[in-house]
Each structure stands twice: as structure tokens, then as C-alpha cells.
Design a protein around this ligand. Structure first.
Ligand SMILES: *Cc1c(COP(=O)(O)O)cnc(C)c1O
Length: 443
């Protein structure tokens, strides 16, 4: 393994990163094409990435980082996996996009249906936002109901109806979290507290017969890493069944990331026969290319056009290069022992960081499932968004920058999960833990 190069933080001196950020800010709002990349929460200069290989990427100044975001989840094999590169190179020569069906779309559907038992039919789209937005329309169209339930701290992409936070009381519906979202558009979105069974029961007893779907991140990766409890998911399933509400698992992040069958397969270990009605997938299924999907029971999926009355479409949906990349990725992750090794490596990171912090007397806790992890500068693991909010933001920001200066790239915001790939070695984990230990000791 190459040694991580420990260079001073260049953000305050002249650097290619700083030059690029200056140029970018003149023409691109905030200098970035997705807000979290701007380092607004942690401060400093975003790194402009030039290339990546395996568990590493390199910025415009030639600094190497151990990459724990993996494009926010998709790069489960690490960067530049030879089988994926080969599949993509071959596909590129055959054409970029046709606007007509292809064999690879059929193969992709067959793989998804094989790996995720709750999915009987599937449609491919180009982003997670499209998948969850289309699921909401489908659920409303299939049930003839308008209301939807979501949970505070869960992110389901940036479509209007889902950019909403809890209102002042349970009987009131949510309020928009973004300018430009009219209150009327979110008036049917009920926002509840994650893992709060009594509140869930109350919401269903008040509105159950009007709720088209309940959408949840089964392991929430958009408030760092918070698991839904088994009793909570069990109650979600029971209430949805009782009220003919569709249970939607947003597995855009967790699908093929926490286990081959997604988070739903993890819950099925504790809740026999457990299945959601609909599932949104993204991130890993594209292997780094723009691709996502949603699927579920045949009875519900047949409401989609051209079979049924729920309209949904996409010029680049099922793109031939994206499906080639996704299929090659899905084939690699099905190799025997893949998730055992990935899970063990990820756990070793969380354990290493936790031990290092505790040795220095720093409150710290973490959790992981498969190749997804989270950690908190807190004594105990949070169960919901208000508890996540208790994390010491400035302390996280100091940790983030200390790690960055040591060549370790974590998500630049404390509300984000982290990702380990199959390319991360025990040496990478050791180097990461050593860097963290130096930081904790300095506190
Ligand atoms: C990333 C994410 C989305 C949105 O996906 P995009 O591809 O960014 O539009 C939706 N839901 C969850 C759980 C996600 O993690």
C-alpha cells in the first residue's frame, strides 16, 4: 500500500483547488452542482477531484485521500474496478443511447427481481429523486388517496412533495424546507418522528384511510446513520396492511449496500416474511453511472403507463452505458463472501475509531451495516433526528478537517453516512484510525 501523504491543508494557500473553486463560483451557484460538495457546513475549500482508483481519489493539487464517500454510496467495488471498466468500454462502442428498448434493461430487471424478493416488476430511471417521486405518484394513483407519510431526518431526493419538515403538531401537515415549494404541494405530506411508535399509531388512527403510502429510509443514511428499530418497522408493516396503505422502502442508499437484498433483507431476518410493497433503488445499482429504479408488487406496478393510468417516462431511462456499468457491479457483489468481507472491514473501521476516541476520553459511538457506517461524537447512538441534532457541530468540523489534512476524506457534513468499498484494505483502515487517534489525542 502507498503511504497516505500527509501534507498541510492547502485551503488557505494558493492551490489548484482554490483556483478552481474561484472559477466555479463565478458561474455555478456556490461553485458546485450539488450543495453538500461546497463544504459549507465544515468550511474551507472543496477538493476538486481529478481521478480515482480503488479506495483512493486525488485532488487537483495531487493530494491523495482515502475515500469514505464513494460518490455517496455507488462505488461499492471501489473506483475503476477492471470488470466494470471493461463492461463500460464495450458498451460505449455500441452506442450511447437509442430511445428504444435494449437487452441489458431486461437483464437489469431480471437481476433486481432475483435479488430483491419484494420486487416483482421494476422500472428504471436516472436518479434516486426520480425513483421516489415516481413512487409517490404511483402510490397515489394506485390507491386513489393523496396523503403520504414521511419521517423527520429522512431524505428522499429533492422533489417538491418530499422537501418538507414536521409542522407544529401532529394533526397539522408539514411545511416546506425549501423556498419555491408551495405550501399546497406539501399539505398532504405528514411528517412524523423516526422510531416513534405511539405517534405513528396516532397518525394512522387519524388519517389512515387517506394515506396512499408511508415512505421510510429503513436505515436512515441522511441523518448520519440511524436504524429503524425492528418493532418500529414491524408496526409500520402492520398499520400499512391494516389501512391498505403502501409501505415504501427508500433503499436508494441502502439497496445492495447494507446487504445483497438491501435493508429489507436485514429486517426480514427479525420479522419473518417481511416485505415492503414498493422499493426505490439507486446509487449502487448504477455503479457510479446515473441510474436508479423503483419496483414492487405486480398489482401496483401495473398501474404505470403504458399499462395503466399513472404516467412516468424518461429520455435516458435504462441508458445502455449505465445498465452495462450497473450490471457489471451487480455481478461482482454477488460473488461468495462479498458482504461478509465488506461488513467485517466496515466494522473494523467503526471499532477502531471508537476505541481510539475512548482511549482519549472523547465521547464517540458508531454503527454499521454491510458497507455503510456512521459515527457520532456522542455517548449513545441517536434514535431520531432531534437526538442526531445534539451532536457537537464545531467538534465534528475540527475532526473532519484534521482527517482531511491526513489524507482521509469523510463526508463534509455530520448528517451524512459513510461508505467503505471492497477496495479498502486493512492498511487503509489502520491509517485512518491512526489519523483519528492523533486528532483525539490533541483534544
Ligand atoms: C441519494 C438519495 C436519494 C436521491 O437520489 P439522487 O440520485 O441524489 O436523486 C433518495 N433517497 C435516498 C435515501 C438517498 O440516499
Amino acid at each position: 500500500m502507498e503511504q497516505p501523504n500527509i501534507k498541510p491543508d492547502l485551503s488557505t494557500t494558493t492551490s489548484r483547488n482554490a483556483d478552481l473553486f474561484e472559477r466555479a463560483q463565478k458561474l455555478i451557484p456556490g461553485g458546485v452542482n450539488s450543495p453538500v460538495r461546497a463544504f459549507k457546513a465544515v468550511g474551507g475549500t472543496p477538493r476538486f477531484i481529478q481521478r480515482a482508483q480503488g479506495a483512493y481519489f486525488w485532488d487537483a493539487d495531487g493530494q491523495r485521500y482515502i475515500d469514505y464517500i464513494g460518490s455517496w454510496g455507488p462505488m461499492i467495488l471501489g473506483h475503476g474496478h477492471p470488470a466494470v471498466i471493461e463492461a463500460v468500454q464495450k458498451a460505449v462502442l455500441e452506442g450511447f443511447s437509442y430511445g428504444a428498448p435494449t437487452e441489458r434493461e431486461v437483464e437489469m430487471a431480471e437481476e433486481i427481481v432475483k435479488l430483491v424478493p419484494s420486487i416483482e416488476m421494476v422500472r428504471l430511471v436516472s436518479s434516486g429523486t426520480e425513483a421516489t417521486m415516481s413512487v409517490i405518484r404511483l402510490a397515489r394513483g394506485a390507491t386513489g388517496r393523496n396523503k403520504i407519510v414521511k419521517f423527520e431526518g429522512c431524505y428522499h431526493g429533492h422533489s417538491d412533495a418530499l422537501l418538507v419538515k414536521a409542522g407544529s403538531g401532529l394533526a397539522t401537515f408539514g411545511s416546506p424546507t425549501s423556498a419555491g415549494v408551495p405550501a399546497e404541494v406539501v399539505k398532504d405530506t405528514l411528517v412524523l418522528e423516526y422510531n416513534h411508535i405511539a405517534q405513528l399509531e396516532e397518525a394512522f388512527s387519524l388519517h389512515g384511510r387517506e394515506i396512499a403510502c408511508l415512505m421510510i429510509e429503513p436505515i436512515a443514511g441522511n441523518m448520519n446513520f440511524v436504524r429503524a428499530s425492528v418493532p418500529f418497522i414491524k408496526r409500520c408493516r402492520e398499520l400499512c396492511t391494516e389501512y391498505d396503505t403502501l409501505l415504501v422502502f427508500d433503499e436508494v442508499m441502502t439497496g445492495f449496500r447494507v446487504a445483497l437484498g438491501g435493508a429489507q433483507s436485514v429486517f426480514a431476518q427479525s420479522i419473518p416474511g417481511f416485505k415492503p410493497d414498493l422499493t426505490a433503488l439507486g446509487k449502487v445499482i448504477g455503479g457510479g453511472m446515473p441510474m436508479a429504479a423503483f419496483g414492487g408488487t405486480r398489482a401496483v406496478m401495473e398501474h404505470l403507463a403504458p399499462l395503466g393510468g399513472v404516467y412516468q417516462a424518461g429520455t435516458l431511462s435504462g441508458n445502455p452505458i449505465a445498465t452495462a456499468c450497473g450490471l457489471a457491479t451487480l455481478r461482482e457483489i454477488q460473488k461468495p463472501g462479498f458482504y461478509d468481507a465488506l461488513g467485517a472491514r466496515t466494522r473494523s473501521l467503526v471499532t477502531g475509531l471508537t476505541d481510539a476516541a475512548h482511549q482519549a476520553g472523547v465521547p464517540f459511538c458508531g454503527d454499521s451495516e454491510g458497507g455503510m457506517f456512521g459515527f457520532f461524537l456522542l455517548g449513545t447512538l441517536p434514535q431520531n433526528y432531534p437526538q442526531v441534532m445534539k451532536t457537537d457541530g464545531p467538534a465534528f468540523n475540527r475532526f473532519f478537517h484534521a482527517m482531511l489534512d491526513s489524507g482521509v476524506y469523510y463526508a463534509p457534513a455530520l448528517y451524512e453516512a459513510g461508505f467503505v468499498s471492497a477496495a479498502h484494505t486493512a492498511e487503509d483502515i489502520d491509517a485512518t484510525v491512526d489519523a483519528a487517534a492523533r486528532f483525539f489525542a490533541s483534544l
